[in-house]
Design a protein around this ligand. Structure first.
Ligand code: PLP
Length: 374
């Protein structure tokens, strides 16, 4: 009798549905017979500036080392991060994107009988890594699209091993002030690890928002995760990291793959950290683009969730899937978020001014074609 190999997968994996990435430009070009150059992708919160020249030069220079294994300790990158963040190199764990670090954290600290707490509408990777190890995910209902931190603290039980908090959160763009995060952290027992995912922290301005790294000395159960994929513009290279106590980092470093960040990625990430002008431009383009999108939504009478990230979730009504497809037909890729329980919203990443304008025009046309014009 034929074996059903899917039934051999461990229980958590059998129930998994894979992460749904944004549609790649080349895929849409193939499907619709369009020229890839005529398509814009505002679907994965990528940096619209293109990579930093300094990062490109460093990656090019590193090409001659392709025959060698990477530096498994990532010495240069850790040294640069350590100087920038004023933390010890032994507090840093590098990952193949911060997704890798998030998964390693779950594998290291949650066993199959553990509970893992996260928010409704939170980043999809948290339930994914939780389920993959067979642990129980506890999704706490959101408040105003953001984390209900009081309810999350109250959801911690004897079995809770991990709590994930994204600040700002993706896909909602909601953010908590420093005081709220500190009050929350003070309520969490020290035996429960809190992962503060700061993938978009570089876009925050002003003192009101928390800097997870500053909180580490007061909250030893904290793990701060960051990435080079967004404001630093290196999504293709897959580099992320966590900052934690040395003891926690030591555990994570035992489980991560020894060469999880490749040579080009290490070189480019190290170089981009010295390119503050690039980061500054990323921030400027983003805040101007967010304003451009918000003004257009206001004009069109569309509700949106105010965002602290490089994207915004806009309520386009009950036909969101049809609007998404109508945008695709016009060569504009955004992200449906029905899988997050947000069937009326589309998430659009902030692009360059002309990309935002093209998205807005295509959105107006699509809504009009579907009889929803404003
Ligand atoms: C984009 C994103 C990440 C980063 O993913 P990488 O694996 O580093 O590319 C992590 N957390 C959240 C909430 C994100 O939106």
């Amino acid at each position: 009798m034929a074996i059903d190999y899917q039934s051999l997968a461990v229980r958590g994996v059998q129930a998994l549905s894979p992460y749904q990435p944004g549609k790649p430009i080349d895929e849409l070009a193939r499907e619709l017979g369009l020229d890839p150059a005529d398509i814009i992708k505002l679907a994965s919160n990528e940096n619209p500036l293109g990579p930093s020249e300094k990062a490109l030069a460093a990656a090019r220079e590193a090409l001659s080392e392709l025959c060698l294994y990477p530096d498994g300790n990532g010495f240069d990158l850790k040294q640069a991060l350590s100087a920038r963040l004023a933390v010890g190199m032994d507090q840093i764990t590098l990952g193949n994107g911060s997704n890798d670090v998030l998964e390693v954290i779950a594998r290291c600290f949650a066993d199959p009988d553990a509970e893992v707490v996260y928010s409704q509408y939170a980043f999809a990777v948290y339930p994914l890594v939780t389920q993959a190890i067979g642990a129980t995910g506890v999704s706490v209902p959101a408040r105003d699209w953001g984390h209900d931190l009081d309810a999350m603290a109250a959801a911690v039980t004897e079995r809770t091993k991990l709590v994930f908090v994204a600040n700002p959160n993706n896909p909602t763009g909601t953010v908590h002030k420093a005081a709220d995060i500190e009050t929350f952290l003070a309520k969490i027992p020290e035996r429960v690890l809190v992962v503060l995912d700061e993938a978009y922290c570089e876009y925050l301005t002003g003192d009101a928002y928390p800097d997870g790294v500053q909180l580490l000395s007061r909250f030893p159960n904290l793990i701060v995760c960051r990435t080079f994929s967004k404001a630093w513009g290196l999504a293709a290279l897959r580099v992320g990291y966590s900052i934690s106590s040395p003891a926690i980092a030591d555990v994570l470093n035992r489980v991560r793959q020894p060469f999880n960040v490749d040579t080009l990625a290490l070189a480019a990430a190290t170089a981009v950290l010295a390119d503050d002008a690039y980061l500054e431009r990323s921030r400027e383009v983003n805040s101007a683009g967010l304003r451009q999108l918000e003004q257009a939504f206001d004009r069109m009478g569309l509700a949106y969730i105010p965002s602290a990230g490089n994207f915004v979730a806009v309520d386009v009504g009950e036909q969101a899937q049809a609007v998404y497809e109508a945008l695709l037909a016009r060569g504009v890729i955004v992200r449906p978020v029905a899988g997050y329980g947000m069937p009326r919203h589309l998430r659009v990443s902030v692009g360059l001014p002309e990309q935002n304008a093209r998205f807005i025009e295509a959105l107006e046309q699509s809504l009009a074609a579907l009889g929803q014009g404003s």
